[in-house]
Design a protein around this ligand. Sequence first.
Ligand code: NAP
Ligand code: ZN
Length: 347
Amino acid sequence: MIETKAYAAQDEKTPLAPWTFERRDLGPHDVQFDILFCGVCHSDLHQITNDWFPGIFPMVPGHEIVGRVVKVGDHVTKFKVGDLAGTGCMVDSCQVCENCKQDLEQYCLEGNTQTYNSMERDGSMPTYGGYSNTIVVREEFVLQLKEGVDLAAVAPLLCAGITTYSPLKHWGVGKGHKLAVLGLGGLGHMGVKFGVAFGAEVTVLSTSASKEDDAKKLGAHHFIVTKDPEQIKAALGTFDFILDTVSAPHDFNMYLSLLRTNGTMICVGVPNEPASVAAFSLLGGRKSLAGSGIGGIKETQEMLDYCAENNIVSDIELIDIKDIQTAYERMQKGDVRYRFVIDMATL
Ligand code: NAP
Ligand code: ZN
């Protein structure tokens, strides 16, 4: 077993604190890499507080993980010691179901194995995430990263990046489309970057008037403060797509009213409570309400390569791991500019 240092939540009420545990030894198809940086996703906060469902504790969060390979199993072909490596939200899946065979492991019919707060496929032990010094992952779920990039700013691509890239690709969002990105946080700011890169006319819908300058710097063409009824009124019926990244309960009917005829609202944010949606909100204008979960491994690699070629990274605040609780408190208030990333050297 591999002795591992980490920060963990011992239960849903206790702040994260140092913890050591043992990771499994490498199998022939596994890669072990030492973690250099790990992004802080709002999903970490949802899960360590049991906001969605009861979790597996102690819990080591973190699923935006980058580092360097220190050991490879005998049958590993894509990686060698010293290579850069990354892992996102999944570390395994059945690999044989209809969805896995179509590179949609995130929708594995048996359920994918999440990077943390999940059980290894053989049921032997829980999975533990990236707020730790090293990780062992099956080769198929390890992503390749280019040398010479700002690794801390690349880490959030592993979740915030792919979760916004995948739906924009799936729905073919691009030139000629008006895209609204709802919520300017970790996911939202990546949604803006990709929307702009794909040629869409991008509007940020935000509760925070103070984020307007940043939104424009990120490339957004317009900015609407959703708390201002006049600005909302002016935007009624104007968007082809809304990418909804909001982490807390919000009024779906109001946002659906901003779509044009045949428009689609894509939920990627996961509030802890179900939304109430009136059929009238959809039928007037033949609108669609859709959802999207992260992305498959092939598409995640495609997104990482696309970002490397187009100089797209996340805008980050690098933090010491001891400051993680403060980061969560700021995230809870919508005060993220625009992703916290932990420097794992501070562990
Ligand atoms: P984040 O950085 O905290 O950003 C969320 C943003 O939503 C906030 O910055 C804020 O932006 C806005 N917001 C917060 N509360 C709001 C409210 N009550 N009403 C309206 N807007 C509100 O979070 P994140 O890491 O981007 O994650 C966003 C959500 O996506 C989380 O629920 C997370 O679990 C989920 N997620 C889903 C997937 C997936 O596969 N679908 C993957 C990763 C994360 P403004 O200040 O601009 O209003
Ligand atoms: Zn995430």
